[in-house]
Design a protein around this ligand. Structure first.
Ligand SMILES: NC(=O)c1ccc[n+]([C@@H]2O[C@H](COP(=O)([O-])OP(=O)(O)OC[C@H]3O[C@@H](n4cnc5c(N)ncnc54)[C@H](OP(=O)(O)O)[C@@H]3O)[C@@H](O)[C@H]2O)c1
Length: 268
């Protein structure tokens, strides 16, 4: 190559362009489950990945120049501001962090309902508000909000969780219109049930405490059905759906992810 300066300049030119075109994704809640797998997927596709976690832990993702770990708690304004400032330009924001609760609504403490909304609903909104200015300035970007298949058909014993996710469904559908005016897309990924993530463990209220005796007969067959679902969702299904939503260049709003979610979306 040293013998051929034109070729060297050409390769330099190509490399420079590749660096300019390199895309960056910021994902919330990467310590486990769907968020971790989505981070792995974007890394495997050659993207810069800003993997955010409440308590960053090395070793979950490949050691790579393309991966940066940042601390982020989506319920804290100071944490959001620091993470978004440290991240720099972001092409795709994936709002994946979420917590749940299963039980009779009557028995679900309002402080837990509020905590869930702080994460699943207001946390998502705050992250969106934090990245819009830079995306609007570049007239480019994609925002992917991860909700749930509970928004596709009403499910029992999930009223508060469903409310927190339905709010984001409506929010994102409306937001997509005003974002489109600036070349930004806003999208929804709707995963089904994955027994393999940490989701069930990620709530500090034992389910037994949320099923009062009066609900026991109603709840028993529902929990029996939960224990052996005919179809489930794999982490890879969600990573692939987020990838599609982020990169397909279409205005499609909703992406059900996983066999159970796809069946629900098709009305099966
Ligand atoms: N698994 C399912 O059956 C299912 C079905 C439909 C939709 N979803 C949705 O999919 C998303 C991912 O869930 P998952 O199944 O992968 O569960 P998961 O393994 O528990 O992962 C959830 C992630 O969110 C993070 N998180 C929780 N609160 C946070 C906060 N305040 N700030 C930042 N990060 C926070 C957790 O981090 P920590 O390690 O710090 O707790 C964890 O990394 C959630 O939005 C969930 O509602 C899950």
């Amino acid at each position: 190559m040293a013998d051929n300066p034109d070729l060297a300049r050409y390769i330099g030119f190509v490399n420079t362009n590749q660096e300019t075109d390199m895309k960056t994704v910021l994902i919330t809640g990467c310590s486990s489950g769907y968020g971790l797998e989505t981070a792995r997927h974007f890394h495997a596709m050659g993207w810069n990945v800003i993997a955010t976690m409440r308590s960053p832990r090395a070793g979950l993702l490949p050691a790579s120049d393309l991966v940066r770990l940042l601390a982020l708690d989506v319920t804290r304004a100071d944490s959001i501001a620091a993470a978004v400032a440290a991240a720099g330009p972001v092409d795709v924001l994936v709002n994946n962090a979420g917590i749940g609760v299963v039980g009779a609504f009557e028995a679900t403490p309002m402080n837990h309902v509020r905590r869930m909304f702080e994460t699943n609903t207001f946390g998502v909104m705050a992250m969106v508000q934090a990245v819009i200015p830079q995306m609007r300035a570049r007239r480019a970007g994609v925002i992917v909000n991860v909700t749930s298949s509970v928004t596709l058909a009403p499910m029992p014993l999930a009223a508060a969780y469903t409310a927190s996710k339905q709010a984001i469904e409506g929010f994102t559908g409306s937001l997509a219109h005003e974002m489109a005016a600036f070349g930004i897309r806003a999208k929804l990924v709707e995963p089904g049930y994955a027994p393999t993530t940490r989701f069930a463990a990620n709530t500090d209220i034992p389910v037994a405490d949320l099923i009062p005796p009066a609900y026991a007969d109603f709840a028993a067959p529902i929990f029996a059905a939960f224990a052996s679902p005919p179809q489930t969702t794999r982490e890879a299904d969600v990573a692939e759906a987020v990838w599609q939503a982020a990169t397909d260049g279409t205005p499609q709003l909703r992406y059900p992810a996983g066999a159970d979610a796809v069946a629900l979306a098709q009305g099966a």
